[in-house]
Design a protein around this ligand. Structure first.
Ligand SMILES: [Zn+2]
Length: 141
């Protein structure tokens, strides 16, 4: 099968230990359900990436490092993060998403990509991020 699209998948990993802890705690069924869902989503993404031969990267994404300049960010009172070095600021939950985007673009740079496909993928990715954002907010509660 000819590969028409170049894509890469970047997944923010939950640290295995806290994942297991949350999974084994009996208290919150809803949280456990959500974690099971996330685990399944992760496995599915990996399978898809392998099937299509896409670069796949799974790593813990930064939530306190500035995605623009790499400096350590400070947390403000309203769950917003601010970079003292370049002035960049965003909601806490958005910082790892910006890192995911950065890693994703880095992965794509290692492979030749046609401009129109890159734009399509960029749109696809932004779409995905806007769908994932409510999940990560819910997860943080
Ligand atoms: Zn910065």
């Amino acid at each position: 099968m000819a590969r028409e699209y170049q894509a890469a998948i970047v997944v923010d990993t939950i640290e295995e230990e806290s994942y297991r802890e949350l999974k084994e705690s009996n208290g919150s069924g809803e949280k456990k359900h959500l974690l099971d869902g996330l685990g399944q989503l992760r496995r599915r993404l990996k399978e898809l990436a392998e099937w299509y031969g896409l670069p796949y990267l799974e790593e813990r994404l930064y939530s306190t490092i500035c995605p623009r300049c790499g400096a350590k960010m400070k947390e403000l009172s309203n769950r917003r993060m601010r970079c003292p070095s370049c002035g960049f600021n965003d909601h806490r939950d958005n910082v790892p998403l910006l890192w995911a985007k950065r890693r994703y673009l880095e992965l794509l740079q290692k492979q030749p990509v046609f401009p129109t496909q890159a734009i399509l993928l960029e749109r696809f990715f932004n779409n995905l991020v806007s769908q994932l954002a409510p999940i990560s907010c819910k997860q943080a509660v």
